[in-house]
Design a protein around this ligand. Structure first.
Ligand code: SF4
Length: 694
């Protein structure tokens, strides 16, 4: 279906789906993409790929793409197609008018982890230097913001510690809250190869994911904890390590803050935090937890890989710090085969965080209150910048509802579908005077927009993506933008229209500015990327070739910091009306809300979202495999078909969130991580009952 002719030339670029960051040769005939061929010299994938990267590019030429800008006075009026000049002029005049009437802080923007580093950098620049506030946030808010908080607090920066190659030297692999087979398939293959060679495996997940038992791979321990109890589980593991004398004291004394370690050790050693004391909370037999802890601490090189099952909780940041504590206590940091590795979901989550698109941080995770950092940008941009953090995404909706936030520019994200508590999001969007949506398609969020700016695909632009191992990969333009402009050019047009001086001729000039202002990127340039193929930050004078492994010899913050991680139960409780706990995940063939993967020609992939239920829970409710069921929570309800399976334990149900008809976020709550407001997508109390369908 994909092969449409004989290629005439090829361009090496990077997959725009997940955080593995596979390299491909886009084989072209004229302006037509013939096929995507996995690139054998790609350092993240070495010639491998999954079905999405290889075959799911049809959305780039799908007739649903909107290629002309549109405006309207109110969001319930029909769209009017206009020229780029008119659309940009209209958006700019609205921004100025709103700020004149409601103040500088009444507008903001949300950047996208699907866009390039250079595009994200421009988004934070237009907000800080153009809107003159810090109301810039990224869709990483709703996935890995706790990684940012947790790893910065313990290790000094927000990034995975290892390269992918490192797994080849792991003796023990601990996977918690991640499903690499579906979410990060090419890296999962490398992990499985190492497991087939004899590495031991611990899986901590409420659901029996494929990795627990798949051909030639079987987990030594699967700890099927109750959703929402990660911190209790991680603390119980730490209790065993401390009380059974399994701490690597030499490492801790040399590399970590000793006082902080002692406080932490005393905390976790308390009998109330033993596996036996936590058994009731986690639902996992204490003996299993003890054995898993011993294996992690004594089995040789031990590496932890985690995903959104760790971060998307009310204690997401606490869990990340609990993981970081475990690795430090056992000396599993700073060499090959070990480490703490967040598996990033979107192609450029790492990059969108690195590029300063958080309301409290500039590029390189430097707080806006730091005078010397602010002065760097102020002198370069010729403006003063507020030392106060701006609004986070949920606060933007709150402020829109209370009438103090009036204008929002959203690039490459369907916030109405992907953010939790849909009613709250729509109430906020409805109250805006200006919503600019820049996207490939008229998504659900665009229903509330008054300006639509057509977006460009990864095939139509130059730039870089940074993958889960901090690898900066080149994205190369293989065809002209069908809408006329790459996304970074659109932001530049808007910046000029509101009065900013901005004249980048090519994204390489934007990366040069990142390097000029950001110590961890000081050595990065397009010339270096051409020479090396890719490079992992930190890349600077100290690490001119980049850094495959971080925290070698010394943590980024100096000494590693142990943090006390008290388990606090989520406020989302089961009860007679909502007795089951819903948790969510993804399948290999689909990508997030499916905007791209559903617009491919491969109909076999277009699986609907199903609700996995244990046979016991299904029987109690008279539900059979394939039946339609109503899934209801305190926030709302939706309908989908049931899949009866023992993958989930009694009392737990599970679904994916790919299909717009399901709209799972109608039922998720507005509870969020205490430190970062990352939504608690992974725990919702629900009831399931038979239904006749939507
Ligand atoms: Fe793309 Fe991820 Fe698949 Fe690689 S593993 S081809 S980056 S979706």
């Amino acid at each position: 279906v994909i092969e449409i002719g004989t290629p005439e030339h090829s361009v090496v670029t990077t997959c725009a789906y997940c955080g593995v960051g596979c390299s491909f040769k886009a084989e072209m005939r004229g302006e037509e993409l013939v096929r995507m061929v996995p690139y054998k010299d790609g350092k993240a994938n070495r010639g491998h790929s999954c079905v999405k990267g290889r075959f799911a590019t049809g959305y780039a030429t799908h007739p649903d793409r909107v290629l002309e800008p549109m405006i309207r006075e109110k969001h319930d009026q029909p769209w009017q197609v206009v020229s780029w000049e008119e659309a940009i002029g209209y958006a700019a005049s609205k921004i100025k008018d709103i700020q004149a009437r409601y103040g500088q802080g009444s507008v903001g923007a949300i950047s996208s982890s699907r866009c390039t580093n250079e595009e994200v950098y421009l988004m934070q620049k237009i907000v800080r230097a153009g809107f003159r506030n810090n109301n810039i946030d990224t869709c990483a808010r709703v996935c890995h913001s706790p990684t940012g908080y947790g790893l910065s607090t313990t290790y000094g920066t927000s990034a995975g510690t290892q390269d992918f190659d490192s797994v080849e030297e792991s003796d023990v692999i601990l996977v918690i809250g991640a499903n690499p087979t579906d979410g990060h398939p090419v890296f999962a293959s490398r992990m499985k190869k190492r497991l087939r060679q004899g590495a031991r495996l611990i899986v901590i997940d409420p659901r029996r994911i494929d990795l627990v038992k798949t051909p030639h791979v079987e987990a030594d321990y699967h700890l099927p904890l109750r959703p929402g109890t990660n911190v209790a589980m991680l603390t119980a593991l730490a209790h065993v390590i401390v009380t059974e004398g399994l701490v690597d004291e030499t490492f801790v004394r040399e590399r970590c803050e000793w006082d902080a370690f002692q406080d932490w050790a005393a905390f976790v050693a308390d009998e109330n935090r033993s596996p036996e004391a936590m058994e009731q909370t986690t639902g996992v037999p204490a003996d299993l937890v003890r054995q898993a802890a011993r294996l992690y601490a004594t089995g040789g090189n031990a590496a932890i890989y985690y995903g959104l099952g760790v971060t998307e909780h009310s204690q997401g940041s606490t869990s990340v710090m609990a993981i970081a504590n475990l690795a430090m206590a056992t000396g599993n940091i700073g060499r090959r085969g070990v480490g703490v590795n967040p598996l990033r979901g979107q192609n450029n989550v790492q990059g969108s965080c690195d590029m300063g698109s958080f309301p409290h941080e500039f590029t390189g995770y430097r707080h806006v209150s730091r005078d010397e950092v602010r002065e760097t940008f102020e002198s370069l941009w010729g403006v003063s910048i507020s030392s106060e953090p701006g609004l986070r995404i949920p606060n933007m909706f709150d402020s829109a509802i209370d009438g103090t936030f009036k204008g929002l520019y959203v690039q490459g994200e369907d916030i109405l579908q992907s953010d939790p508590d849909t009613k709250h999001v729509s109430a906020g969007l409805e109250n805006l005077e200006l919503l600019i949506v820049q996207d490939l398609f008229l998504n659900e969020t665009a229903n509330y927009a008054t300006v639509f700016l057509p977006g460009s695909t990864f095939l139509e632009k130059d730039g870089t993506f940074t993958n889960a191992e901090r690898r900066i990969n080149r994205v190369r333009r293989v065809m002209a933008p069908k809408n006329g402009y790459a996304d970074w050019e659109v932001t530049q047009l808007l910046a000029r229209a509101i009065g900013m001086e901005m004249d980048y001729k090519h994204p390489s000039e934007i990366m040069d500015e990142v390097a000029q202002t950001t110590p961890t990127f000081a050595g990065v340039s397009y010339a270096l990327l051409e020479e090396k193929g890719s490079v992992q930050w930190p890349c600077n004078e100290t690490h001119p070739e980049g850094s495959p492994i971080m925290h070698v010899g010394e943590f980024m913050r100096g000494k590693g910091n142990f943090v006390i991680t008290e388990y606090v139960a989520t406020d989302e409780k089961v009860g007679p009306r909502f007795p089951l706990l819903l948790t969510t995940g993804r399948i290999l063939s689909q990508y997030n809300v499916g905007a791209q993967t559903r617009r491919t020609q491969n109909t076999v992939w277009h699986e609907e979202d199903r609700l996995e239920m244990h046979p016991h829970d299904a029987e109690q409710r008279g539900v059979r495999d394939g039946d339609w069921v109503k899934l209801a929570s305190r926030a709302g309800e939706t309908s989908l078909r049931a899949k009866i399976t023992t993958r989930v334990a009694p009392g737990v149900v599970y679904t994916t969130f790919h299909h717009p008809l399901t709209q799972v976020n109608v039922i998720t709550t507005d509870f969020s991580d205490w430190a970062t407001n990352c939504p608690e997508y992974k725990v919702t109390a629900v009831q399931v009952s038979p239904s006749n369908g939507p």
